[in-house]
Write a protein that binds this ligand. Structure first.
Ligand code: SF4
Length: 292
């Protein structure tokens, strides 16, 4: 099976949590019938904070009101083209209010000087212990870089994180590795800034660090991820935390295994029945839009 152009940590995490969902999303590229409201919420918060950090990087301090309007505009823009699925007890008004409360609190926090925001990287992934270079580059975006070599990773979640969640966090490892490659020196601190969407919204910051052996671990995980894809290994992980909001639940239920690469069947025939229905429906909707 064809390898991806690059290894991104979000793809790697997705594969490790549910490789079948990875296949549906990134190999088969199935259209999704809905999007979870929590994803839309997180994305709108990220967009608003990206804007704030870029303003601060340029030496400006924009008013809070503009930050809140940026969030709300992004929320509405995302809701235009997709069916958004809300959890019980949630609705758009409640989520917009929660988002504004969290952003207001973030805005008032003492902040380090912003050196960069949403920094894209695509770099070779090298195993320092052996000198081996991974066949495809590592790709990602660092949310926030502050002075004194501090990296900030923004999260939105429904619960607090603990320090025990940090050592195995691959995003932090990848960003720390990328920082060393890009700037030629190690990070001083890696901060997780968690905007917690509880009844009383709050912001929590946890700090950690990384060592060379963490980079080695990332290298081996990425290498096995590529091997899994090349071999066509995609297995459902029913019961994992992603199942409750999974856009491919029906395809997953109808899945009957992965065909061998190079088999005689047409690629479309290798998809589960639900997937073919979705693709047919998407093609139909696309054709309808074109006709309109
Ligand atoms: S429903 Fe769960 S197991 Fe199935 S593809 Fe989605 S995340 Fe994976």
């Amino acid at each position: 099976m064809e390898l991806p152009e690059a290894v991104s940590v979000s793809h790697l995490n997705l594969y490790l949590t549910c490789s079948l969902k990875y296949r549906f999303q990134h190999v088969d590229r199935l259209p999704r019938l809905f999007r979870a409201a929590g994803m839309v919420f997180g994305s709108a918060i990220h967009k608003a904070l990206e804007w704030l950090h870029k303003e601060r990087k340029a030496g400006r301090n924009p008013p809070l009101d503009l930050l809140l309007r940026t969030f709300e505009a992004d929320w509405h823009a995302q809701c235009l083209d997709e069916d958004i699925r809300f959890k019980d007890g949630d609705d758009p008004e409640k989520l917009i209010l929660k988002g504004k409360e969290l952003l207001s609190e973030y805005y008032r926090l003492p902040a380090g000087r912003v050196k960069d925001a949403e920094l894209f990287f695509q770099i070779p992934l090298v195993n320092h212990a052996t000198g081996e270079v991974l066949g495809v580059p590592l790709r990602g975006v660092i949310d926030l870089i502050e002075e004194d070599d501090v990296i900030g990773e923004l999260k939105t979640s429904l619960k607090s994180w603990s320090l025990a969640d940090l050592p195995d966090n691959l995003q932090l490892t990848a960003y720390s590795y990328a920082y060393e490659v890009l700037f030629g020196r190690p990070t001083k601190d890696l901060k997780v800034i968690n905007l917690v969407r509880t009844k009383n919204p709050k912001i929590e910051t946890l700090t950690t660090g990384r060592e060379k052996r963490d980079y080695e671990r990332l290298f081996y995980l990425a290498k096995e991820f590529l091997r899994g894809i090349r071999a066509g290994v995609f297995i459902p992980n029913r019961g994992c935390w992603m199942c409750k909001d999974c856009e491919y639940d029906q395809d997953c239920r109808e899945w009957t295994g992965n065909e061998e690469e190079g088999g005689e069947k047409d690629a479309r025939q290798r998809l589960p029945a639900g997937s073919r229905e979705l693709q047919a429906r998407a093609a139909h909707e696309s054709a309808s839009r074109t006709r309109r």
